[in-house]
Design a protein around this ligand. Structure first.
Ligand code: AMP
Length: 605
């Protein structure tokens, strides 16, 4: 008979406690690390940080792409301080904001990453430490500033200390800072492990970004805490997915709906299907954005395993509700039953509503944050009678299943990446020709939603869509740049005089066009296309793509796009605007943009 493990004394305790359970960390580049090696490396990282002057109560920010070293660095940091992972795709202005807001004692940066974070830290006098892979050693073994971390003692952390600090985008222009304690994270990891019956035999292929709560808690803490193994490839790459399934034989993975859709497209070929037959998948999990019942059915039919849709958010340390594993009933279109915290539905006046009535989803429980940092106004709005208001709208049936019906808050959910429209509005409004700007989500077949905006120009002023997009691109990360901007005479207002974001895309007939022919095999037709296809193939680690395939459908993201443009620039001695890449993300499209540049003055390629 097995006894339930006792509650660990900190997040790092999840590793220590399960030391005897086997499992560990695997990656593409290095041999597997055992759980004991992981725990040892994390303590060594913590000891090194302590020697650098980091102590309990300090904040340590980290900027790294998905990599096994980020996992050990995370455990090391939370063993001596609060960890603030930042999106490596951020631009300079974003790092300026986040570093000012966080005031970290130290910044850890992945050494192979070219990022403005270093310069943003330098001008603020924040010390920067370079995190690298220790050559020839197991997955997750690191160097810090080129040296192996020193072993020694690091101060332990207590359950109610802040382990993780994440910014959430709210309806206000200023992102809110969510503190999550060791207690919050351990409870959430356990809730997820219980929902999914995770154990030592389980192998999780962790493709979600590790700067997001979904990746960290569902992808790392839950499986490792349950004694299992975590496999960390370099983020999500759809074309490599089937190969990873065959090579690592995961028993499950968790992802956002767009990733599932991209996988689905790839796995429909007979080859990929044969490959996935080799993977002992038990189920796949989807969270962080709405999954359509049709996609659930398609994935279940293709993979032959249940899709478990769950509902999560940063403030809840991720999971709030989930559909159950069989023999429990999965209900496509519903995000399942409370799976950790208590979940209720509340009226605007703060009354809990009976079954089937629509209201705001509210939660309370040990995984829920106790409140945003230094933001009493947000906390006054967010909590009612001890319940946290999620900002999501929905109803709970008599059977306990929760269905989401909309968002009270107006975040744009771009493939799970949340964009606060007010932040984009604020940037657009800084343009001298703009009188009013309204940012909203528009439907996008691959991303679910993409960013769009409508703008009213100042009297007598003239501005083009391209100029405005360039203006935003200089100030915000690429995923926040509106894909389409309409110049309109006036913006719609509601009864209370508030601008109406909802319904804007339909009103203006805006739908994202995606230049994509999935599975296209048209070979490069000229030298420029050949070069572009070769660079994509190298950066995306895929076979040479057809010229009409979409970079993002192949698993590319904004960071990989930046690298691709830089590499093409270096090879061809031209400067290609990044926005042009986003506008036509196919080999043919990029080659078309490059050709006039190559023919122009100064091009010598
Ligand atoms: P985040 O804090 O980035 O995890 O975003 C949380 C938000 O994502 C929630 O408040 C919901 O609006 C949305 N979300 C998460 N899971 C789902 C789901 N399964 N279906 C629909 N929306 C979801």
């Amino acid at each position: 008979m097995t006894t339930a493990p006792s509650f660990p004394d900190s997040v790092a305790g999840l590793l220590e406690q399960a030391r005897s359970a086997g499992g560990g960390l695997e990656s593409l580049e290095a041999p597997p690390a055992t759980r004991a090696e992981l725990a040892h490396e994390s303590s060594a990282i913590a000891a090194t940080l302590c020697l650098r002057g980091v102590s309990s109560g300090d904040r340590v920010a980290i900027v790294s792409p998905n990599d096994a070293t980020m996992v050990t660095a995370f455990f090391g940091i939370v063993s001596c301080a609060s960890c603030a992972p930042l999106n490596p795709a951020y631009g300079r202005a974003e790092f300026d904001f986040y570093l000012d807001d966080l005031k970290p004692r130290l910044l850890v940066v992945y050494d192979a990453l070219d990022t403005p974070a270093r310069e943003a830290a330098r001008v603020r006098g924040i010390e920067c430490i370079e995190l690298g892979r220790a050559p020839g050693l197991a997955s997750g073994m690191v160097t810090l500033d080129g040296e192996r971390p020193s072993t020694g003692a690091a101060a332990g952390q207590r359950l109610d200390e802040i382990a993780l600090l994440l910014h959430t985008s709210g309806t206000t222009a200023r992102p809110k800072l969510v503190p999550l304690t060791h207690r919050n994270l351990i409870h959430s990891a356990r809730h997820i492990a219980a929902t999914l019956s995770l154990g030592p035999e389980d192998r999780s292929l962790t493709v979600m970004p590790l700067f997001h709560i979904h990746g960290l808690v569902a992808g790392i803490l839950a499986p490792l805490g349950a004694g299992g193994t975590v496999i960390v490839p370099p983020g999500f790459l759809a074309p490599s997915f089937a190969t990873w399934l065959a090579r690592f034989r995961p028993t499950w993975y968790t992802a956002v709906p767009t990733m599932h859709q991209a996988i689905l497209e790839r796995l429909s070929s007979a080859d990929a299907r044969a490959m996935r037959m080799q993977a002992p998948l038990r189920f796949v999990r989807s969270s962080s954005a709405a999954m359509t019942p049709q996609t659930i059915r398609d994935i279940e039919a293709t993979l032959g395993v249940p899709v478990i849709e769950s509902y999560g958010m940063t403030e809840a340390s991720h999971q709030m509700s989930s559909n159950p594993l069989p023999p429990g009933e999965r209900k496509p279109g519903s995000v399942g039953m409370a799976a950790g915290p208590e979940v209720g539905i509340m009226s605007a006046s703060g009354v809990l509503l009976p079954p089937d009535e629509i209201g705001e989803v509210v939660i309370r429980g040990p995984n829920v944050t106790s409140g945003y940092l230094e933001n009493p106004a947000a906390n006054a709005n967010a909590f009612t009678n001890g319940w946290f208001r999620t900002g999501d709208q929905g109803c709970i049936g008599a059977d306990g299943y929760l269905t989401l019906t909309g968002r009270l808050k107006e975040l744009i959910n771009r493939a799970g990446e949340k964009v606060a429209p007010l932040e984009v509005d604020a940037v657009l409004a800084e343009h001298p020709a703009v009188a009013q700007a309204l940012t909203f989500g528009m439907p996008h077949a691959l991303l679910g939603e993409d960013v769009a905006a409508a703008v009213v120009a100042k009297p007598g002023a003239y501005v083009t869509e391209g100029e405005l997009r360039g203006f935003v691109a200089e100030r915000l990360a690429f995923f926040k740049v509106p894909r389409q901007i309409r110049i309109v005479a006036k913006l719609p207002v509601g009864a209370t005089g508030k601008l109406q974001r909802r319904g804007m895309a339909e009103r203006l007939g805006m739908v994202a066009e995606i230049p994509v022919i999935s599975g296209d095999t048209t070979a490069a037709r000229n030298a420029v296309e050949e070069i572009v296809a070769a660079v994509w193939s190298e950066i995306l680690r895929v076979a040479v793509p057809g010229v009409h395939e979409n970079f993002f459908a192949l698993g590319g993201d904004s960071m990989l796009a930046t690298r691709t443009v830089a590499q093409l620039g270096a090879l061809l001695h031209v400067e290609m605007p990044l926005l042009a890449f986003f506008d036509a993300p196919t080999v043919a499209g990029v080659a078309r943009t490059l050709e006039p540049l190559l023919a122009g003055d100064g091009a010598n390629a």
